[in-house]
Each structure stands twice: as C-alpha cells, then as structure tokens.
Design a protein around this ligand. Structure first.
Ligand SMILES: [Fe+2]
Ligand SMILES: [Fe+2]
Length: 159
C-alpha cells in the first residue's frame, strides 16, 4: 500500500537534485547508475502497490535513489566484483550522508540492499525489503539486456 502522489513528489525532488545527477556519468550494467536508480525507484513503486502493508513513501523514494550513490564506474574500479558488491553499500551511505539528512529507514535501505551477499546485514524494515527486491529485479533485467546486446553485436552484426 502506498500513497503514489506522496511517492512521486519525493521522487521528483530527488530526480532534480544536482548531486544525484552526478550518477549519470558512472557506468553500471550497460547503462549508468542514475538510470539504474530510477528503474529501481519505479520497480519499488510497482512492488509497494501490491503489498498488503503500508510503506513510508518519502523514505522509500529517497532510499531507492540513494542505494547506489557510490560515485564510480564499475568499468573503472580497482575492486573485484565481489569487493564492489560487499563494499559499495557503505560507500553509498557515506556519500549520501554527506549531502542528505538521512532517516534511519533510508540508512537501512542503503546499507542492507546487497543482502544476502552481505549476509550479516539483512534488511531491518519493510522499505529495505522492497528496495533489495526491486534492485535484484532491475539488475537482472539490465544484465540480460546488456549481454543480449553484446551477443547480437558479436555474432549477428552485418559487416
Ligand atoms: Fe547496489
Ligand atoms: Fe542497485
């Protein structure tokens, strides 16, 4: 259950934020981190619509937009993929807390969204569960599109 008007208002404010616009320059899953975060925010809304419980609209919108606020390209990092997976929630949280006054729910969304990879940090509120599910759904879809494109270009492109 979700008040969509309240969710859209909070999301629109985040979409206009100049700090968040910076994510457009960082590569992720064949696109950029800003586009991915918008997809996660939209998927979180769809999921929240069908849930039998109420979620905090503003926290959900802000947490979805900030969950990957780590500000580097995954094609341009010195970490392994596993290290990136386990470390970027903390980096995103530190970056986000520098620019935004985060609620406890927003903090939990950012820090726990990689569960169960970070299995010692499970989601502790319903908004975090929504974002971690929305994130996995979007990441899988983005990877599938990206690899389909790569395979098409590699094997089926006309010379
Ligand atoms: Fe992430
Ligand atoms: Fe993500």
């Amino acid at each position: 259950m979700i008040d969509e008007k309240a969710y859209r208002e909070a999301l629109d404010e985040m979409l206009r934020d100049p700090e968040l616009q910076k994510m457009k320059q960082y590569y992720q899953h064949g696109g950029n981190t800003y586009a991915h975060s918008v997809q996660v925010a939209e998927a979180a809304l769809k999921l929240a619509r069908i849930l039998p419980f109420h979620v905090k609209e503003k926290d959900l919108a802000r947490g979805a937009m900030l969950h990957d606020f780590y500000l580097y390209g995954t094609n341009d990092m010195t970490y392994t993929a596993y290290q990136h997976g386990t470390r970027h929630p903390r980096i995103s949280y530190e970056n986000a807390s520098r620019h935004f006054d985060l609620t406890d729910t927003e903090k939990d969304i950012i820090l726990t969204h990689m569960w169960p990879l970070n299995f010692t940090r499970p989601p502790r509120c319903r908004e975090s569960v929504v974002v971690t599910l929305a994130d996995k759904y979007c990441a899988t879809r983005e990877y599938r599109r990206h690899f389909t494109r790569l395979i098409k270009n590699r094997f089926f492109r006309r010379q």
